[in-house]
Design a protein around this ligand. Structure first.
Ligand code: NAD
Length: 263
């Protein structure tokens, strides 16, 4: 068991008990880490219920990373309640794209939905980190969540594949910018997991089935698999790792032609 006693994590992206961020919260708490949650207002009642299950959650505040002001407000509220508080870990587990980004022919998706998907799913990493910087302890670790459609085609993932490619570029660029001060930035590229966000992707069940059949481990990952990697990256054991996209996908991304063609 890794020891994160006395550390504090800012966690963005808890919407339900299926959220990858929720599993990360549970694993960080188990390691002794204190948690501050940033939640989206539309999930407030669920997040309130979850908060009561984990005493490591010290406080929680609303945030909409699409907006500069409400992002600033999150940090303002945190610092107002806990003056001078510092964070050691940031979990950015945020993704959203309007329906049109999945349903419409890629050539014809309009600027509005594209901009929304890019702002929330990619550029928000920069926004959150910029606001967090003055409140980070030395040698902090920031972890975001991505998907392999950033580099290879996945049916129906649409504009989110563009957003994930941009998010991964942000990881590399931000890692260089903040690295001279000892801060680290990495992404975990998770295999498919049934969550609220994933339920918006047409044909998601077929993807799950395909990966289960064809990944080297012959199964899908779950939230705990991803959380395990996040806790490692958050801990001093990950001290030499930054700017990386780490696949937690039962090995699926290491294959091209599946063995199942022999069946
Ligand atoms: P989820 O729906 O539980 O989490 C998505 C979170 O994004 C929610 O908590 C939601 O409130 C938050 N969010 C969306 N728009 C926001 C905004 N404007 N401001 C603040 N928060 C906002 O689903 P999840 O699968 O746990 O997703 C977490 C991350 O993991 C996402 O980046 C997703 O793309 C990524 N991911 C998921 C899978 C999967 O198959 N589930 C695979 C790879 C990567």
């Amino acid at each position: 068991m890794l020891n994160l006693k006395g550390k504090t994590a800012l966690v963005f992206g808890v919407a339900s008990e299926d959220s990858i961020a929720w599993s990360i919260c549970q694993h960080l708490a188990e390691a002794g880490c204190n948690l501050i949650l940033g939640y989206q207002k539309r999930f407030m009642s669920r997040v309130f219920q979850l908060k009561n299950q984990l005493s490591a959650i010290q406080s929680f505040y609303p945030i909409d990373v699409a907006e500069e002001e409400t992002t600033a407000e999150f940090f303002h509220e945190w610092q107002k309640e806990m003056p001078g508080a510092k964070a050691d870990i940031i979990i950015h587990a945020i993704g959203f794209a309007p329906r049109e980004c999945f349903d419409r022919h890629m050539l014809f998706v309009e600027d509005g939905p594209i901009n929304t998907a890019m702002t929330i799913s990619a550029h928000s990493l920069q926004r959150v980190m910029r606001h967090a910087m003055p409140h980070l302890s030395p040698n902090s670790s920031t972890i975001t969540l991505t998907y392999a459609a950033s580099t290879r085609h996945v049916p129906n993932y649409g504009i989110m594949s563009i957003a994930k490619a941009a998010l991964e570029a942000w990881v590399r660029e931000l890692a260089v910018r903040v690295g001279e001060d000892g801060h680290r930035v990495n992404a975990i590229s998770s295999g498919p997991i049934r969550t609220l966000a994933a339920s918006g992707i047409p044909g998601f069940s077929d993807i799950l089935e395909h990966v289960e059949r064809n990944s080297p481990l012959r199964r899908n990952v779950n939230q705990d698999d991803v959380a395990g990697c996040a806790v490692w990256l958050a801990s001093p054991l990950g001290a030499g790792v930054t700017g990386q996209i780490i696949h937690v996908d039962c090995g699926y991304s290491s294959t091209m032609v599946p063995d199942s063609i022999n069946d």
